[in-house]
Design a protein around this ligand. Structure first.
Ligand code: ADP
Ligand code: MG
Ligand code: MG
Length: 247
């Protein structure tokens, strides 16, 4: 479903990704773990098409298309979703307005009918309930004054509404308490665990993987995948540390 080959990318002339190769099959949840500064967030941004991240070599194929050739909104319409470590605030725009516009612009890009206000609200209520986020939160300005946990749950509601084919989730577990972690983990499973979907779950810690069981665990260090294993690799990393495991 997602095939990354020999990817090299730099920011402002600094090489960050240095020959990263990785495949995620349909139906698979792949975890990416790695030390601080390894290039995990850079990989997420490159997949999303963030300006300033320059790909100097390699390729990314998503659902058979050259992902790197597409604009960010085209990638989203094709079903690529990015969840961020630090979700942005959008003052003056409510979650409901923002998400309805985001969903309908993707639907239009795919040649589908936009949802009416009523249809959209029904969908939003269903997904907010799944993530245990009060509908009052959905009517508030995007992320303004939200706690860390509320931002992450709101982001998972967004993912539920957009119903992407593939999700890249960058440290979605950071700043979550135990209950929120379970809710977010359950949400990821409910929304993304399907034979025709895929997930790249970027995390520092093993704990989210207790809730979202990865099929594969990849270790990203110094801009490349240096080790791949099953869920047991995450446990080994947690107990022994990155250096010992990748040495
Ligand atoms: P991770 O998410 O694995 O902690 P990042 O992808 O955020 O790592 O960062 C990888 C490396 O790129 C780090 O050394 C970081 O300092 C560097 N980096 C990140 N953003 C920039 C930037 N805007 N300009 C220069 N270097 C950057
Ligand atoms: Mg980091
Ligand atoms: Mg990061």
């Amino acid at each position: 479903m997602l095939k990354i080959e020999n990817l090299h990318a730099e920011i402002g002339g600094t090489k960050i990704l240095k020959g990263l190769t990785l495949e995620v099959a349909a139906g698979e949840v792949a975890a990416i773990m790695g030390p601080n500064g390894a290039g995990k967030s850079t990989l997420a941004y490159v997949l999303g098409g963030r300006p300033g991240y320059e790909v100097t070599a390699g390729s990314v194929t998503f659902k058979g298309q050259d992902l790197l050739d597409l604009e960010p909104h085209e990638r989203a319409a094709l079903g690529m979703f990015l969840g961020f470590q630090y979700p942005v605030e959008i003052p003056g725009v409510s979650n409901v307005q923002f998400l309805r516009e985001a969903l309908n612009s993707q639907r239009r890009a795919r040649g589908e009918e936009p949802l009416s206000g009523g249809e959209f609200l029904k969908l939003a209520r269903e997904k907010a309930a799944l993530l245990k986020l009060d509908m009052d939160m959905m009517k508030r300005q995007v992320n303004v004054g939200f706690s860390g946990g509320e931002k992450k749950r709101a982001e998972m509601v967004q993912m539920g509404i957009l119903d992407p084919a593939f999700a890249v989730l960058d440290e979605t577990d950071s700043g979550l308490d135990i209950d929120a972690l379970r809710t977010v983990g359950d949400g990821i499973n409910a929304i993304m665990r399907a034979p025709d979907k895929g997930v790249l779950l970027i995390t520092h810690y093993q704990r989210l993987l207790d809730y979202v069981k990865p099929d594969k665990v990849h270790v990203l260090a110094a801009g490349r995948i240096v080790k791949t294993g099953g869920p047991e690799l995450a446990l080994q990393l947690e107990s022994e540390g990155y250096e010992a495991v990748t040495a």
